[in-house]
Design a protein around this ligand. Structure first.
Ligand SMILES: *Cc1c(COP(=O)(O)O)cnc(C)c1O
Length: 359
């Protein structure tokens, strides 16, 4: 049987020429300019995603095939979330009081054209354990950090041995209560989720994985099985979806995605507005579209299928939640509410407590 490494190396589309050969030159009329666009960011489409493309311009194609619009940088930002400004040592972003982001791998199985971290992702192939030493020392020294999030790139593209080493090293830090991994591997390369990998991960509980699916078609039988193996290893699974024009900016598509995630034992966690990142302008939708989607989920389907809708604030403000308006008025006496179907309800406030006078 082919290893996942071999599969990724031999069966991926890893160059524009391979892409053109696969889909035909007529799909790429301005190839020379497209080469320029592709130069700005890593390119690879993993076998599972190649198989999912049904026709040019479809939701899977849009996520991975370079587009001339990437050359239109507009007011996009290189580091839109100011992650580097909040980086006390290489590979750590420490923005929130009690948790930190830890970039452990610059490599992904497929490169999303809307990547928020495109400035960092791609080369070099690997970050050595020695280069991570200052990050480990930072995490050890900062006892307020109780939650560490391994991200990248994709942490699960590292070797089993390296993942084991990273987890062991983190678990030796007493104040780290939970370890999280952000990975798109269950979608991009489900073959990577081997029984051996699950056997390693399950030794480091409490460990959470947030995965990333953007379209219901991505929940292939192979992806669902991979998610099942992770869930069977006792790992709670979440999903961070990005709202993307022409991919999932549609109520019916999003609802189906959320329902299919739940059926695959994944609890939807966030829907993000697409970041204002340079080269990804053509993926952005209006904020109203996101609110419309949340309104169409809440009450109309399982509450478990309704993630938080957030904007990761440009400049490093962190994730800020947005909700459709359900409160019509709020006074000391009562709150007037609209339910999911638009009907009006009144909830009375408790009788006001008079301050107790002492003496
Ligand atoms: C998203 C993120 C986190 C984790 O945020 P949660 O809301 O706890 O999931 C932590 N640090 C950084 C820099 C982040 O971007």
């Amino acid at each position: 049987m082919q290893s996942w490494q071999e599969l990724l190396r031999k069966k991926s589309l890893a160059s524009l020429d391979a892409l053109v050969a696969k889909f035909g030159p007529e799909q790429f009329p301005d190839l020379e300019r497209l080469r320029q666009a592709a130069l700005n960011f890593e390119f690879r489409i993993s076998p599972a995603m190649v198989d999912l493309i049904k026709s040019p311009g479809d939701p899977i194609w849009r996520q991975y095939v370079p587009d001339l619009q990437e050359l239109e940088v507009g007011d996009g930002l290189v580091d839109s979330l100011a992650e580097d400004a909040h980086s006390p040592v290489p590979n750590i972003t420490h923005r929130y009081p009690d948790r930190a982001l830890f970039l452990v791998s610059p490599v992904c199985a497929s490169y999303c054209r809307f990547c928020t971290r495109r400035r960092k992702v791609g080369d070099p192939e690997k970050i050595s354990m020695r280069e991570l030493e200052s990050a480990f020392r930072y995490l050890e020294a900062h006892s307020e950090i109780r939650d560490v999030i391994m991200s990248g790139g994709d942490p699960l593209l590292l070797s089993d041995r390296r993942i084991d080493e990273l987890c062991r090293r983190l678990r030796a830090i007493p104040h780290l209560e939970i370890i999280r991994i952000g990975s798109r591997v269950p979608c991009h390369l489900p073959e990577r989720v081997t029984p051996e990998l699950c056997g390693i991960l399950r030794r480091y509980h409490p460990l959470y994985i947030n995965t990333h699916f953007n379209h219901p078609d991505e929940l292939t039988p192979a992806a669902v099985e991979a998610l099942g193996r992770l869930a069977d290893a006792g790992i709670p699974l979440g999903c961070q979806t990005v709202l993307l024009k022409g991919v999932n900016d549609d109520v019916a598509v999003m609802k189906l995605l959320m329902q299919k995630l739940l059926a695959a034992r994944v609890r939807p966690y966030y829907i993000y507005m697409c970041d204002q990142v340079a080269g990804a302008e053509h993926f952005r939708t209006t904020v109203e579209k996101g609110l419309e989607i949340i309104r169409a989920l809440r009450g109309w389907t399982s509450g478990l299928a309704v993630p938080h809708f957030v904007i990761d604030a440009p400049g490093g403000g962190g994730k800020i939640p947005l909700l459709p308006e359900y409160v019509e008025s709020l006074t000391d006496d009562a709150v007037v509410l609209r339910n999911y179907a638009g009907r009006r309800y009144v909830y009375r406030q408790p009788a006001r407590q008079e301050p107790i006078l002492v003496g």
